[in-house]
Design a binder for this molecule. Structure first.
Ligand SMILES: [Zn+2]
Length: 291
């Protein structure tokens, strides 16, 4: 499932190729990929529009059109946007095709069909994104801002990081990576983290995300960039899906547990269940180890 880095990498690629291009036609191959509008109406509204900007909010890709409206693309489980050159065969699982004025096409592909493409007025965005937490790579996201977001969340920090209302764009891969970088056990209560731990977590979130973007995102499933290339960040992750392999810092075998129904990978030595300086008490929770 694409997380912030996978969406951001694709946004950056589209930003190099799409602004100034006119969408000359839209074909829908799977009606439910279009949200909130009949495919014929969607095609009529979008055809003829020029893409002026490419942006991202959380895991949503935002293409601004020259009438001010936005195409919002949420890839969900398996969606991709592929630049489809005139001589190439149609990509597999194409659901929506945007033909561009230079003859190329942008194919929205989605084998599992959970992703959605929608056309929205700019004044609809604040409501659509009202529940999303802060963007973790923006300047306003400081350790203090993270502390404010975590306050009052008694649940396991791993589960809290997956909550898009707390921080936008984190998913299973980068939450695990951020917690490892910060040396924080995934089952620690979010509300129990010290200011120093939150500062480390803040750095861990930003470090994990920027590393992911730099490597084109993490592909072990469907994520591809617009040129149909896999991201190579799986070669650079430190704990994710490394169960049983030695920790890159201390050599202890990486363990796997389930938190919020998601596989969670951590080092039992570098991410102790209780902080070294803890005064105990509230940290009595035992980690359930499910190998
Ligand atoms: Zn370790």
């Amino acid at each position: 499932m694409p997380e912030l880095p996978e969406v951001e990498f694709v946004a950056r690629q589209l930003r190099e190729t799409l602004p100034g291009r006119r969408i000359t036609a839209v074909e829908t191959r799977w009606e439910r990929s279009i949200q909130g509008m009949e495919p014929a109406e969607f095609a009529a509204e979008v055809s003829g529009r020029v893409v002026t900007q490419v942006g991202r909010r959380a895991k949503y890709l935002l293409l601004t059109l020259d009438d001010g409206r936005l195409l919002i693309i949420h890839r969900r489980m398996s969606g991709n946007l592929l630049l489809w050159a005139p001589d190439d065969p149609e990509p597999l699982y194409t659901r929506v095709v945007f033909t561009l004025d230079d003859g190329r096409r942008l194919a929205y592909t989605d084998p599992r069909k959970f992703g959605r493409v929608a056309l929205a007025a700019p004044d609809a965005l604040p409501a659509a994104f009202a529940t999303l937490g802060p963007e973790p790579l923006e300047d306003a996201f400081t350790p203090a801002a993270l502390a404010t977001r975590l306050a009052g969340h008694a649940g396991a920090i791993k589960a809290v990081l997956l909550d898009q209302r707390v921080v936008a764009g984190l998913g299973n891969i980068y939450a695990d990576e951020a917690l490892f970088r910060a040396g924080i056990h995934p089952l620690r209560s979010a509300a129990s983290l010290t200011a120093e731990e939150i500062t480390r977590l803040h750095a861990g979130i930003q470090g994990a995300l920027t590393t992911g973007i730099a490597h084109g995102g993490t592909t072990f499933g469907r994520h591809r960039d617009i040129y149909n290339e896999a991201g190579v960040n799986l070669e650079h992750v430190e704990v994710y899906r490394r169960t049983g392999q030695p920790c890159l810092r201390c050599g202890a075998p990486i363990e796997r547990i389930v938190v919020a129904q998601r596989s969670t990978h951590f080092c039992p030595h570098c991410q102790p269940p209780h902080p070294a300086s803890s005064n105990g008490g509230s940290q009595a929770r035992r980690s359930k180890r499910a190998k």
